[in-house]
Ligand binder design. Structure first.
Ligand code: GLY
Ligand code: MN
Ligand code: MN
Length: 492
């Protein structure tokens, strides 16, 4: 009863946290400030930012690209922003789809140029007027500063590049100067409004982790957990998962970006659940690793505690003025020492011979990614090399004991054979255990760290949460589950 009361209280608090109507909105003035900051670093000329094209097929969801969304907040298809910067003045125009009631019947309501102006504070024009506008403003040989994913040489041309290419075909010869880096530099530090959206995205993601813990049991499929996660996201107003949800159990726990999510989980597995809601366009990214049967085995607990220690050490060091490189070193040294103690590597600084004969730290056999990344409009968002107030980021150490490590990953050389024999006993003990623990943080104005993803993560907390879940299961098997499980097993 008390548990249930606590749970409903948490539910009310979550709704209060995410439903505040004013703070979810990023004001016109903030977007205007971002554009002015870009104009100030780029200088005189024309800046052209291209929105995403309408999806080539009907009926699939549209998502505005982050660079354009960052500068305008505008979320309709086929839009473009032109900024003419001259002698400190800026003329700005937002080119958008014109109103068209017949098309809108199928594709949804458009605000049109007037509505775009009301929504963004930028003067609106029909998108068809963009080439003529640029032709009038640009002299031949002029420089055009472009914002978007313009890479004509890349084999895969994205929708934004296609829009640039077809526009440029209508214009005189121009020198194109990409200014994506300048926009990304601004994106590395989050405003109050952005931080607020990130806190909400992570609050929803933490709630999804609690639902996962309540539902986990041997015999459930990974996709049942994924379904519960994504249901929870949408239920609290997140528009979508910020990336493909990862629910990797048993051997799949050792695959970093596994997302097939179609294995039936077994007693004795760990499951890596790496998920993130996108709320108001802002991405959370939170990973927990759970023992499917509710209790870590000795081997799982040892690896889990090591990963948690590495995260805690990096977290304790993280503050304004500290470099990302230093945080990586802190986590690396905890992991290397711990892996050596477990016998998974020969010594903290031991190496093996890579495919080209180069010496690679043995640590990288089990920990093959960086410690973290920025979060924001993109799940991997820009962040500066040294932390400062307003930077939002993840810390996500991991250890992954891949089943094919000795046979397929380590090159077959005499020196490596000695290493393989030295680590084989430990490898066999820890095989198929993958653990990642990932949290989200914002550097406060006073330089200290705010932990914004407080889902249970200590061994005892995780086991207590799973035990609580078993006492009061929240999600039971669906009706006729046995029947569709049988279909699925036969179909595979
Ligand atoms: N979920 C992707 C990552 O952790 O970077
Ligand atoms: Mn991440
Ligand atoms: Mn992640």
């Amino acid at each position: 009863m008390f548990l249930r009361l606590l749970q409903s209280l948490r539910f009310v608090l979550l709704l209060l946290a995410i439903a505040h109507p004013l703070s979810a909105q990023i004001a016109h003035e903030e977007f205007e400030g971002r554009r002015a900051a870009l104009a100030a670093v780029v200088g005189d000329g024309i800046i052209l930012a291209m929105g995403s094209a309408a999806p080539p097929q009907d009926y699939i969801a549209f998502h505005q690209n982050s660079l354009f969304r960052y500068l305008t907040g505008f979320r309709e298809t086929n839009a473009a922003l032109a900024m003419v910067v001259r002698d400190g003045g800026i003329e700005e125009i937002l080119f958008v789809n014109p109103r068209d009631p017949a098309t809108e019947t199928w594709e949804g309501y458009r605000v049109g140029p007037d509505g775009a102006q009301a929504a963004t504070g930028i003067r609106g024009r029909a998108i068809q007027e963009l080439p003529g506008f640029l032709n009038r403003r640009l002299r031949a040989g002029a420089r055009l500063h472009i914002v978007g994913n313009y890479q004509p040489a890349a084999p895969l041309r994205d929708d934004v590049t296609q829009r640039f290419l077809s526009l440029l075909a209508q214009l005189p010869q121009l020198e194109l100067v990409p200014v994506n880096d300048e926009v990304n530099h601004l994106r590395g530090v989050k405003s109050e409004a952005e931080q607020d959206l990130l806190r909400k995205a992570t609050a929803i993601t933490v709630e999804a982790h609690r639902e996962v813990a309540r539902a986990l049991a041997p015999g459930h499929n990974e996709f049942e957990i994924q379904a519960l996660v994504e249901y929870t996201f949408r239920r609290y107003g997140a528009e979508r998962p910020a990336f493909a949800s990862i629910v990797g159990s048993g051997p799949n726990s050792t695959i970093l970006h596994y997302n097939a999510n179609d294995r039936f989980m077994e007693d004795g597995d760990v499951v890596v659940v790496d998920i993130g809601a996108s709320y108001g366009g802002y991405a959370a990214d939170v990973t927990r690793t759970y023992p499917v049967n509710g209790r870590f085995s000795d081997e799982q607990r040892a690896i889990y505690q090591l990963v948690r220690d590495a995260q805690a050490a990096a977290e304790a060091r993280a503050a304004a003025g500290v470099s990302v490189a230093e945080l990586n070193q802190v986590a690396d040294s905890v992991l290397a020492r711990g892996l050596a103690e477990l016998g998974l590597i020969e010594a903290p600084n031991a190496t093996f011979e890579g495919p080209g004969g180069q010496a690679i730290p043995q640590l990288r056999l089990y920990y093959m990614h960086g410690l973290g990344h920025g979060i924001g409009l993109d799940v991997h968002d820009p962040w500066p090399p040294v932390l400062q107030p307003g930077v939002a980021f993840t810390l996500e150490p991991g250890v992954y004991v891949r089943p094919n490590l000795l046979e397929e990953v380590i090159p077959d050389t005499p020196a490596n054979q000695r290493t393989i024999e030295a680590i084989r006993p430990a490898f066999q003990r820890f095989i198929n255990i993958g653990v990642r623990i990932e949290d989200d943080y914002i550097v406060r104005d006073d330089g200290t760290l705010e932990w914004i993803s407080p889902a249970p993560r200590e061994v005892a907390e995780v086991e207590a949460l799973l035990a609580e879940a078993r006492a009061e299961p929240r999600v039971g098997p669906a009706e006729r589950r046995d029947e569709w499980v049988e279909w699925y097993r036969r179909m595979k």
